[in-house]
Design a protein around this ligand. Structure first.
Ligand SMILES: O=C1O[C@H](COP(=O)(O)O)[C@@H](O)[C@H](O)[C@H]1O
Length: 223
């Protein structure tokens, strides 16, 4: 992995937003369109705020989540709600949201429909990932019920996922879809996550699922 440390969180968020914007512009120049896949959770909000104001051809960008908690958008736990409020506003409101949630009791009920919506937008041009202290990324949690399947080279695009640490049921892009992205950035902050990502390099993917995407990733960190 490449590791980039920033002097502080503000510089991290601005610097990484700028890099993502450049890579999206380049993908649009070459392919005529781009796909940006992003995390939910507590860390990426400030990057979304910066990106949403960036001047680029957002009407040529498809935005999807790496994973979603199976809750509807009225829930503060909804990752879709986060990106609607913080990313798909301002200039970025012209982007197309590719859904990772649909109204149904269980993720299994909508898996095929949601995967069919994602497929035309693959491979991902720019992938931004988060990571938990437990070394999960997207919703690839250590100990999750379908982790082995999600890590395999012939995994489907999307899988439902349940894990004790996850809270509600989840839906997640598989490791191979994440790995196929043209640019991979992992955004982490704080000493605990830095120690976790360093430890992940010498652990099996089942214990440290983030390892599945580390090889070609740049990790962006600030205290
Ligand atoms: O549950 C999730 O957690 C990870 C990490 O979130 P953070 O709050 O520690 O930044 C996130 O990347 C993922 O998309 C989300 O669903």
């Amino acid at each position: 992995m490449n590791f980039k440390a920033y002097p502080d969180r503000d510089m991290l968020m601005i610097g990484l937003a700028d890099r993502i914007a450049s890579q999206l512009r380049e993908a649009i120049r070459v392919d005529g369109h781009a796909t940006l896949s992003v995390p939910g959770g507590t860390t990426p909000g400030p990057i979304f705020d910066t990106l949403s104001a960036v001047d680029l051809a957002w009407d040529k960008v498809a935005v999807l989540l790496n994973d979603e908690r199976w809750v509807d958008e009225t829930s503060p736990r909804s990752n879709t709600r986060l990106i609607r409020e913080r990313l798909l506003t301002g200039r970025a409101a012209a982007a197309t949201l590719v859904p990772l949630y649909a109204d149904a009791a269980r993720p299994e009920d909508k898996m095929e429909e949601l995967a069919a919506g994602i497929e035309p937008h693959l491979p991902i041009s720019v992938l931004l990932l988060g990571m938990g202290n437990d070394m999960h990324t997207a919703s690839l949690f250590p100990g999750a019920d379908r982790l082995d399947e999600a890590l395999s080279d012939d995994a489907p695009i999307l899988l439902p996922m349940r894990a004790e640490a996850a809270g509600e049921p989840r839906i997640t892009l598989s490791a191979r879809v994440l790995r196929d992205a043209m640019h991979i950035h992992i955004l982490i902050t704080g000493a605990e996550k830095r120690a976790a990502i360093e430890a992940a390099q010498s652990l099996p993917e089942t214990q440290a699922p983030v390892r599945a995407v580390l090889k070609n990733a740049t990790v962006h960190w600030a205290e």
